[in-house]
Design a binder for this molecule. Structure first.
Ligand code: PEP
Ligand code: MG
Length: 364
């Protein structure tokens, strides 16, 4: 633990002796992953894959995929991303040195991915052999008034299953390569599907994941164990958690979206009317900072209970911003989560808060 030394290191060592809650990190670059490891993260609880698509060339390929007419064309476009995506995951696995890594499939608001610039639209038209006005029509067809409530997360995979195929192949190929280089590591990819609201969605996507993963493993003539789990971030998923647990091997609460959708408050518009609203003290805390125990927390408790009733060994974590907030960490301990996952610099606070929660529980 390069960055945690001296007295502070000693205190953190004590904290680790008492806590039962594991602390993971949210990281999607090898740099952040390594930083979080130095600060004591025991794994990655959320590797968002959205930003990876903005790197050179990839966004062009993604846009070509969206403007394709056939499955074959879509697969051809995504094949350009596969090798670089595989490399992303290899680097992350290397940085984590065999500790668990949960890779979440693509969850963009689609409007951030489509081109708005005339030059980009022209480039896309050329690549797809279409006219500029045909491309504009496609873009117009994808326009949404509420993108955060729309065509994102698993919904994107339901309409473009080729994305799940490509990302599964990248995860499995990366795991096979890293396993070869480090046979001593216990590498077990965890694939997480975002924005699930019911069993049928998860089944649909899990089928694609399993089919693709098995084909990759067979082609490589090796064996890889992997898990498929889901974000729980829509209130409906909490209500149907027993059904969803029939297929999900783990749950991870996305409390950013769960708070947004439980309150009907926009997570992207904090600081506007919400600040004035909190000032009225109608709410004691900003629910985007501390888990609202009466609503969001209740849904989480319900999801844990229902999920474990169906699958007693279900692993459950949290990867919303609340995973690094001490009072929320205490709540996560109380309801029996296995881990919290937070941004790298909040890992030490989460370790302390988890220890405090365990000690407080013993005292009571
Ligand atoms: C969440 O919704 O809490 C979450 C972790 O996912 P994201 O912030 O990427 O939507
Ligand atoms: Mg989310």
């Amino acid at each position: 633990e390069a960055n945690i030394v001296g007295e502070f290191g000693r205190i953190m060592g004590w904290a680790d002796k008492y806590r039962t809650l594991k602390v993971r990190t949210n990281a999607d670059t090898p740099y952040d992953a390594a930083k979080a490891r130095e600060l004591g993260a025991e794994g990655i609880g959320l590797c968002r894959t959205e930003h990876m698509f903005f790197e050179s060339g990839r966004i062009d390929a993604f846009r070509e995929m969206i403007c394709s007419d056939t499955v074959e064309e879509r697969e051809t476009a995504l094949a350009k991303i596969l090798p670089v995506q595989q490399k992303d995951f290899e680097e992350i696995y290397e940085a984590l040195e065999g500790n668990p890594v949960t890779i979440r499939f693509l969850d963009p608001p689609l409007h951030e991915f489509v081109p708005s610039d005339e030059a980009d639209i022209e480039k896309l038209a050329k690549a797809k052999n279409k006219t500029v006005s045909q491309i504009k029509d496609i873009i117009q067809g994808l326009h949404e008034f509420n993108p955060m409530m729309g065509h994102r997360g698993c919904r994107l995979t339901v309409t473009y299953p080729e994305i799940a195929k490509m990302q599964t192949a990248a995860v499995i190929r990366a795991a096979i390569n890293v396993k070869k280089a480090h046979p001593e590591w216990n590498l077990k990819p965890e694939i997480m599907i975002p924005l699930i609201s019911e069993l049928k969605e998860l089944k649909f996507i899990k089928n694609i994941v399993v089919e693709t993963a098995e084909a990759e493993i067979k082609a490589a003539g090796t064996s890889v164990e992997y898990e498929v789990g889901t974000m729980i971030e829509i209130p409906r998923a909490c209500l149907l958690a027993d059904e969803i647990a029939k297929e999900a091997e783990f749950f991870c609460f996305g409390t950013n979206d769960l708070t947004q959708m439980t309150f009907g408050f926009s997570r992207d518009d904090a600081g506007k009317f919400l600040d004035a609203y909190y000032d009225t003290k109608i709410f004691e805390n900003d629910p985007f900072v501390k888990i609202d125990r009466e609503g969001v927390g209740k849904l989480m408790e319900m999801a844990c209970e229902l999920g474990k009733k169906e699958r007693p060994n279900l692993h459950i974590g949290i990867c919303g911003e609340h995973g690094g907030d001490p009072s929320s960490v205490e709540f996560c301990h109380k309801i029996g989560l296995d881990y919290v996952s937070c941004s790298p610099f909040r890992v030490p606070i989460a370790r302390l808060a988890a220890a405090q929660a365990a000690i407080a529980e013993k005292r009571n």
